[in-house]
Write a protein that binds this ligand. Sequence first.
Ligand code: NAI
Length: 272
Amino acid sequence: MGNNLLKGKRGIIFGALDENSIAWKTAEKVFDEGGKFVLTNAPIAMRMGKINELAKKCKAEIIPADATSVEDLENLVSKSVEILGGKLDFILHSIGMSPNVRKGRDYGDLNYEWMHKSLDVSGISFHKVMQVAEKQDALSEWGSIIALSYIAAQRTYPGYSDMAQAKALLESIARSYGSRLGSMKNIRVNTISQSPTVTTAGSGVGGFDVFIDFAEKMSPLGNATAEDCANYIIVMFSDYTRKVTMQNLMHDGGFSTSGITDALVESLTPKE
Ligand code: NAI
């Protein structure tokens, strides 16, 4: 049971693939908090059919949309406003995909067509979502828009490949569009930079098991889980964060400001 933090609010949640997805956990919590929403994902991701379980549980409708297609997004946004009976108070962009990462291409041998795809799916799509919503005048005053990022936007993680550039682009779009929508309609736009999390997208990154363990030891509070992330998103969608905007919000158990931790010292100290 929630606390009605999102009672009466309407929105769109992108990216619930299966029960491990950050968007899946978020949808469950938004529902518990009294929010109404439309679920969406790329048409091919829906073939698994899993999203239907979530939709049933959350009494939500599903509208397929490839987030790189402006036409799909136009259909998604206009239908959502119709179905939900009003303008949107929140949007969660929980989308990431790199063909280069997926196919294990070396960073010195990137396929540039695939790199464009990574940037489009994981970065530019965030701009497309907001531009479509703005043009349709589909956003409510004091709304909140969130996308999910990763610290590889600021620091290098070799296995993250061109997704690092995609996340840097995503965070930059949040600032630029946040400035625009803030002055226009008091709408806030932020990215949440999440700990490594065991999901389909996360597990596709080379060396993931090692750096999830490293991050766990390097974070005084331990890695933030998908459920922790969903809780943070609820707060960001609620009216308690109305003046937080154009930020990349670190949600990482303290990882990003740790030099070293006792747990790492212990694990790196040679055993006698
Ligand atoms: P996930 O694999 O469950 O979700 C990624 C989603 O992106 C999937 O639902 C997929 O269908 C969707 N997607 C891919 N291409 C699309 C397209 N063209 N149009 C619409 N949707 C598309 O994995 P997860 O971890 O929940 O990912 C959500 C977000 O969190 C992503 O932005 C990811 O980069 C970010 N993130 C994940 C971390 C992790 O370690 N898992 C860490 C930090 C950020």
